[in-house]
Design a protein around this ligand. Structure first.
Ligand SMILES: Cc1ncc(COP(=O)(O)O)c(C=O)c1O
Length: 395
């Protein structure tokens, strides 16, 4: 915090793919405000849905109560994911906490209470709360909090993990590990998770969901049949905090019983199922159809290799990783002096900002994860600006 300069990046307005800072400087939101914005900022259809819902029913608890907007959204999400039931929360990490607790209690309810452990992928990231950290793998984010995180198992020997009788669930990010710097997990790594298995499978679609990898959800490309799916970020179109933990019928049924049996899931948040956030999500889902968003993504996807070509051959770029519209550009940090920036990649990000593009490095990786509606000229402009930024720091 001591070196964070808020004045350099304070945003006061946004429209479409553009953010406007306090100096009136307009920048392209090249990271979709950390993978949240889907149809662009301030989309009129979502803004109208939010305003309409705020007038009708702003909030009501979902604890022992219900509202029709959350019901409608739950039905839509189940139809899209082939899950059966939905539990709403606010941030992605909250959806992960619910998923982990659901898995542990599932095994208690079906008579295998010793199944309490989780298996995580190498380089996994699932959020910053205690449970989410426990199943994450990136040392920087969890190491110092060992006192409040339980141990999880690494996925490397998945065959053994699948045979153990103490594993509650395996949790995976499908295809792209965004927080690890847009690391692409080979599809074969998920092969053992297809077909019959005893531990539950939790798929974390918080970063990859809602079209970013080319399909509505990345797990569709892996032919996985998850027991639990976590959604967040783009769920509300990137407008309001809303997340969801979706469960299969098998999981849900294990929680049914008479009151005295206490099989129910004791878990809830004040704003779960907030009608305004759910209305925004419904409007966002509607836009996927009315604006043919996935068709736009497919066209952009097809053009992106050409758009990114100048980076692939730049001497200060180590690797360009991509699936759909999730792109990681690893810079050759050893060839770039950081000067007064925290790291070489931050220096490039600062140069990019001055040239009208807002991104945020992860280690040596610069991200390009644009809103799904970003145009090819905007993406070309990002690449041109990045090449110019790299050229400007070339020794
Ligand atoms: C795959 C994944 N899961 C979970 C989270 C946590 O979501 P949130 O930041 O909304 O708590 C993130 C955030 O980046 C993520 O990338």
């Amino acid at each position: 915090m001591a070196s964070f300069d808020a004045a350099a990046r304070t945003f006061v307005r946004a429209h479409g793919t553009t953010l406007v800072d306090t100096a009136g400087h307009e920048v392209f939101d090249a990271i979709s405000s950390v993978w949240t914005t889907v149809h662009g900022h301030g989309h009129p259809a979502i803004v109208a849905a939010i305003a309409r819902q705020a007038r009708e029913l702003d909030h009501v608890t979902a604890l022992g109560a219900d509202n029709p907007v959350a019901e409608e959204l739950a039905a839509r999400l189940c139809a899209l994911t082939r899950c059966a039931h939905v539990m709403f929360a606010g941030d992605g990490a909250s959806a992960i906490e619910a998923a982990l607790k659901m898995a542990v209690q599932y095994w208690q309810n079906v008579g295998e209470p010793q199944r309490t452990r989780f298996v995580r992928l190498r380089d996994a990231y699932h959020g910053d709360t205690a449970g989410a950290m426990a199943v994450s793998d990136i040392a920087l984010f969890k190491e110092r909090f060992a006192a409040i995180t339980v141990d999880s198992l690494l996925y490397d020997d998945v065959e053994t993990a699948l045979e153990r009788d103490d594993v509650a669930a395996i949790i995976v990010e499908p295809i792209v590990q965004a927080a690890a710097g847009m690391r692409i997990v080979p599809k074969e790594r998920y092969a053992m998770l297809r077909g019959p298995r005893t531990p539950l499978l939790i798929v974390d679609e918080i970063a990859t969901g809602f079209g970013r990898t080319g399909t509505m959800f990345a797990f569709e490309q892996l032919a996985l049949d998850p027991d639990i799916v976590a959604l967040g970020k783009g769920l509300s179109g990137g407008t309001l905090p809303l997340s969801a933990t979706l469960a299969s019928e098998r999981v849900y049924e294990a929680f049914l019983g008479s009151y005295g049996e206490a099989r129910h899931f004791c878990h809830g948040h004040s704003y779960a199922g907030n009608p305004i956030a759910c209305a925004a999500a419904l409007a966002s889902l509607h836009l996927f159809t009315s604006e043919e968003t996935l068709e736009t993504v497919a066209r952009t996807d097809a053009a992106l290799d050409t758009v990114l070509a100048p980076l692939a051959v730049h001497p200060l770029v180590g690797e360009v990783r991509r699936r759909g519209l999730m792109i990681g550009i690893e810079v050759a940090a050893e060839g770039i002096a950081a000067f007064d920036a925290p790291t070489p990649a931050w220096r490039i990000a600062n140069e990019l900002y001055a040239r009208g593009h807002f991104t945020r490095p992860i280690g040596a990786t610069l991200q390009l994860v644009p809103p799904l509606v970003a145009s090819l000229p905007e993406l070309h402009s990002f690449v041109d600006a990045l090449v110019a930024a790299l050229d400007s720091v070339s020794p």
